[in-house]
Design a protein around this ligand. Structure first.
Ligand SMILES: O=c1ccn([C@@H]2O[C@H](COP(=O)(O)O)[C@@H](O)[C@H]2O)c(=O)[nH]1
Length: 231
């Protein structure tokens, strides 16, 4: 079931049952869902089948980062399972990203392929600790430009970088932004955060939201508040 909503709810749960319990409260015409490393490692492709069966478009967030041939194969495997979106790490480089994009083209698979720039949990200091000397926002820009040159559909970045990316790489290039924090939510381990309405205003095309909804005492009330904020 396709939706126009920019909302992607991160189903970060340790079991298939818990993830489906939340999915059963959500409406596939009002949001997409994201399956990440914990849930997929525990439940495998069964979770994708179950979510597709409920009508959801699924972002498989496994952030592949490996040699080009391995990543191309992994992206192909994800797309064959019908996911709406899959991602790789831009830091894997242009060769890796081009191999993945080419594989989807060759196999005529319509899954969106995007790349992670700098994780939203990272600060300037944390980035420097990995050996990247320049400014964090410049690193995001550099990796996003490489992602677009490599033929991908967009990036994962913080909403704080969305406006600059929109002006340099255009509106159609997807800006999928985790680190979304409504005023009522805790920051948790996120550093580069923004509220839902501001993120859309800055140019985010999709908002990834996990704990502000899934860990809320009333998840559906939290989701409704977010929908009202962005309406
Ligand atoms: O840079 C990134 C890339 C991915 N994520 C993922 O998004 C969600 C965010 O969940 P919250 O509970 O809203 O913090 C989570 O699944 C991350 O793995 C990210 O946060 N930042």
């Amino acid at each position: 079931m396709a939706t126009d909503s920019p909302l992607i709810i991160a189903l970060d749960y340790p079991s298939l049952d818990q993830a489906l319990c939340m999915a059963d409260q959500l409406d596939p015409t009002r949001c997409r869902v994201k399956v990440g490393k914990e849930l997929f490692t525990r439940s495998g492709p069964a979770v994708l089948e179950a979510l597709h069966g409920r009508g959801f478009e699924v972002f498989l967030d496994l952030k592949f980062h490996d040699i080009p041939n391995t990543v191309a194969g992994a992206v192909e495997a994800a797309a064959e399972q019908g996911v709406w979106m899959v991602n790789v790490h831009a830091a894997g480089g242009g060769e890796m990203m081009r191999a993945a994009a080419r594989r989807l083209q060759e196999k005529k698979l319509a899954t969106h392929l995007i790349a992670v720039t700098v994780l939203t949990s990272m600060t300037q200091d944390v980035l420097a600790g990995t050996g990247v000397a320049g400014a964090l926002d410049e690193q995001v820009m550099r990796l996003a430009a490489l992602t677009r040159q490599s033929g991908l559909d967009g990036v994962v970045c913080s909403a704080r970088e969305a406006a600059a990316l929109k002006s340099s790489l255009g509106e159609a290039f997807l800006k999928v932004t985790p680190g979304i924090r409504p005023h009522f939510a805790a920051l948790n381990d996120q550093e580069r955060v923004m509220t839902p309405a501001k993120a859309l205003k800055e140019g985010s095309t999709h908002l990834v939201i996990g704990r502000p909804v899934t860990q809320a005492s009333d998840p559906m009330a939290a989701l409704s508040a977010i929908e009202a904020e962005i309406a």
